[in-house]
Unconditional design. Sequence first.
Length: 107
Amino acid sequence: MKEIYYRSKIISLIEKIFIETGDARSRMQNCETKILNAYIASNSKGVPIEIQNRWEQIWSELNIKEEWKDNKGRLIQPSLSATIKKKRNKSMEKYLHFFLEEFYRVI
């Protein structure tokens, strides 16, 4: 299977995001690294182009707000966290559904 790297990142994301407690926003904020890893892995060989395009769209939507840095340039809050913080829990559902659909597609 050519998309084995992507598959492992999706499984890892699902394992973490559905073990986390809290609402959808806090779960996604706590899984920021896993989401980033799955997004990067979506460009792997063998991942269908429509899935790659969907990831691009999702990544753009989840990184609308600018990251926060202190006056020394140190990262305080990444763009993804800043964006999610301003969204409603209900609007997070479509992203969680996509992650779950991808999980079922790759297993």
